[in-house]
Design a protein around this ligand. Structure first.
Ligand code: HEC
Length: 176
């Protein structure tokens, strides 16, 4: 009885040892990735504008792209349709308040990042950088955050002050 149990333990131990030896050598799955392949996915833009690509666009150019590729879901002039309004929105009062670009988003650069990586909903990553700058400019101009002739590019976009920039409270700053 005892010896049987002991034999069982020995078998288990032997398995543990062989499998950890196999892991130590790496599983030999996949293939090395080259920097060009990483760059295609490495599209994060930081709040200060780090990572913004070359390119530029004005609200007027953005209005044309918007009519063709966005208004079916977000409504004419960003008023909202089957999906969220991209213009307007009253100040946030409580948890139930609707969050919009004008009353919530703290950084202008995040709007660019979001549109580039996620929109149009069914064709993400299909827009050129010029189109994304133009759409960002158009949406900011609709919200009166920038003037209607202001071009957005890697220099001007990070300087745009969002209305709710000061609305976020860091609850535990010492834990950052
Ligand atoms: C097929 C419908 C569809 C189309 C077309 C579309 N969107 Fe969207 N959009 C959505 C949906 C759905 C969401 C919400 C996604 C979520 O909350 O996860 C969204 C969210 C957004 C947001 C974030 C809004 C917020 O306040 O959080 C922005 C900005 C945006 N879209 C911009 C655009 C732009 C610019 C275009 C055109 C290039 C576009 N969208 C085209 C469906 C669409």
């Amino acid at each position: 009885m005892y010896t049987r149990k002991l034999r069982g333990y020995i078998v288990v131990l032997a398995l543990v040892f062989t499998s950890s030896a196999a892991f130590a050598q790496a599983p030999n799955l996949g293939k090395p990735i080259n920097p060009g392949e990483i760059a295609a996915w490495d599209i994060n833009i930081l709040p200060d504008g780090t990572g913004l690509p070359p390119g530029s666009g004005t609200p007027a150019e953005g209005a044309r792209v918007y009519a063709a590729k966005c208004s079916a879901c977000h409504g004419q002039n960003g008023k909202g349709g089957p999906n969220a309004a991209l213009a307007g929105g009253s100040p946030i009062k409580d948890m139930e308040s609707e969050k919009t670009i004008a009353n919530f988003w703290p950084f202008a650069t995040t709007v660019f990042d979001y549109i580039r990586r996620a929109m149009p909903w069914r064709q993400p990553r299909s827009l050129t950088n010029d189109e994304v700058y133009a759409l960002t400019a158009y949406i900011f101009s609709l919200n009166k955050i920038i003037g209607e002739n202001d071009a957005m590019n890697a220099q001007t976009l990070p300087k745009v002050q969002m209305p709710n920039r000061g609305g976020f409270i860091i609850r535990f700053p010492d834990r950052l």
